[in-house]
Design a protein. Structure first.
Length: 344
C-alpha cells in the first residue's frame, strides 16, 4: 500500500463534496477521460497539444499528477486530504480504479472512489516532518518520507507512532522530490504557530488566549477561573461594562479530541442560562462531522473555531493583544510568494 495526497480544490472548495460523495477528485478539465491513454508519453503529447502555452516543466508537473491519478494509485492505497476549510487531515482508502465523471463540476471529473474515515484529525496531531510533506503545492503526490504511511495510519488508529525510518527505494526518492517541490512556506509557518500555542497555552490558558483575542476585537471579557466553569469559559459583551449586545457565551475545549454534538448542545443550554445572544465553541481538536452538520442549522447563533480559526483570529488582532500575551506568544509578520500549481 501507498500513501497519497489528493487535494480538493485550490481553496478547498470541493472538500465537503468529496467527503460526502466518497471520492477523491481533481480538476484539469481541459483534458477529458484519461482511460484511453496507454502510457505517460501519449498523455503528455495530448496535454501538450491542449496547452501549447505551457512550458515543458509545467506540462511535466501536470501530466505527472494526471498519470498518478489515473494509473499509479491502486485500490487499497491510502489517501490523505489536508483540509483547507478546517485545520485538519482526512484519511481514506481507495476503493476503485480511475473513473471519469463528465457530468461533475470542473474540479471533480477525474476521480477514484474512496472510503473516508468518519472523523478527521487536527493538524497538530501530526509530527512536523509529516506536515512538511503534506505541504507540497502539488494536487496529487505520494508521501513516503520517514515511513509516513505507517505513522499516519497509527495516528488515525489511536496508536503510538513508530519512529521515522530512512528512505530505501528509488520510488520513495521520487516521492520525496514531490514532497519538497515546491513547499507551502506559509502553511509551514502556521503549523509552527499552532505547535507553539499547543505547547504554551494548555488547558485553561487556551481560554485566556481566546479571551485576549475577543478583548482585542473590542469586547469586554470575563474569563472564568480555572476549575468548574458551569459550562462557560468566557463571557464577552459590548459596552463599558460588557452588558450591551452582542453578548457572547464561549466554551473552550483545549484537548486534541474532536468535540461532538453533546458539547454543542451543552453550549446551547449554557447560552440560555446566561441569556447570551450568541455562542462561540472553540475546540482545539476540531469537530465531528455530525456536530458540523448540526451547527450549520444554527449558523446565525453559534460559531465554531478550530485551531485554524483561532490562529486566523489571532493574526487579525495580534498587534492589539495585551503585552503579556504577545510576550508569551512572540510573532513577526513576513511576506512570502503565493504557491500555486495552476490547477483549476
Amino acid at each position: 500500500m501507498t500513501l497519497w495526497v489528493v487535494r480538493a480544490g485550490r481553496y478547498g472548495e470541493h472538500e465537503s463534496d468529496v467527503l460526502d460523495q466518497g471520492v477523491a477528485a481533481i480538476g484539469y478539465s481541459e483534458i477529458g477521460d484519461l482511460s484511453p491513454f496507454p502510457d505517460r508519453k501519449q498523455l503528455e503529447r495530448a496535454y501538450r497539444h491542449i496547452r501549447p502555452d505551457f512550458s515543458d516543466g509545467k506540462i511535466a508537473i501536470h501530466v505527472g499528477q494526471l498519470w498518478a491519478m489515473s494509473k499509479r494509485i491502486e485500490i487499497s492505497d491510502n489517501v490523505a486530504l489536508p483540509l483547507k476549510t478546517q485545520s485538519a487531515i482526512a484519511l481514506g482508502v481507495v476503493q476503485s480504479e480511475y473513473e471519469y465523471r463528465s457530468e461533475s463540476p470542473k474540479g471533480m471529473r477525474h476521480t477514484r472512489r474512496v472510503r473516508w474515515n468518519k472523523e478527521v484529525l487536527p493538524r497538530s496531531a501530526f509530527d512536523q516532518d509529516i506536515l512538511y510533506s503534506f505541504g507540497s503545492a502539488l494536487t496529487v503526490f505520494q508521501v513516503s518520507r520517514n515511513n509516513a504511511e505507517q505513522r499516519v495510519l497509527a495516528k488515525f488508529a489511536g496508536k503510538s507512532s513508530p519512529p521515522p525510518a530512512t528512505l530505501a527505494t528509488a520510488e520513495e526518492e521520487e516521492a520525496v522530490e514531490a514532497e519538497e517541490s515546491p513547499p507551502d512556506i506559509a502553511g509551514q509557518a502556521r503549523d509552527l504557530v499552532v505547535q507553539k500555542i499547543e505547547r504554551d497555552f494548555e488547558g485553561h490558558e487556551l481560554a485566556r488566549l481566546t479571551g485576549a483575542i475577543l478583548e482585542a476585537q473590542g469586547y469586554e471579557v470575563n474569563v472564568s477561573p480555572p476549575g468548574p466553569d458551569g459550562g462557560v469559559d468566557v463571557l464577552a459583551g459590548r459596552g463599558g461594562l460588557g452588558l450591551e449586545a452582542p453578548r457572547i457565551c464561549v466554551q473552550v475545549k483545549s484537548g486534541v479530541t474532536s468535540s461532538d454534538v453533546t458539547v454543542f448542545r451543552g453550549l446551547q443550554g449554557t447560552m440560555s442560562s446566561f441569556s447570551a445572544d450568541y455562542g462561540l465553541l472553540v475546540s482545539w481538536g476540531g469537530f465531528t462531522r455530525s456536530l458540523q452538520q448540526e451547527a450549520r442549522q444554527h449558523h446565525f447563533k453559534i460559531r465554531l473555531w478550530d485551531q485554524g480559526d483561532l490562529v486566523d483570529a489571532l493574526f487579525e488582532v495580534y498587534d492589539r493583544l495585551p503585552e503579556a500575551t504577545q510576550a508569551k506568544l512572540p510573532l513577526e509578520r513576513i511576506w512570502v510568494p503565493v504557491q500555486s500549481d495552476d490547477e483549476e
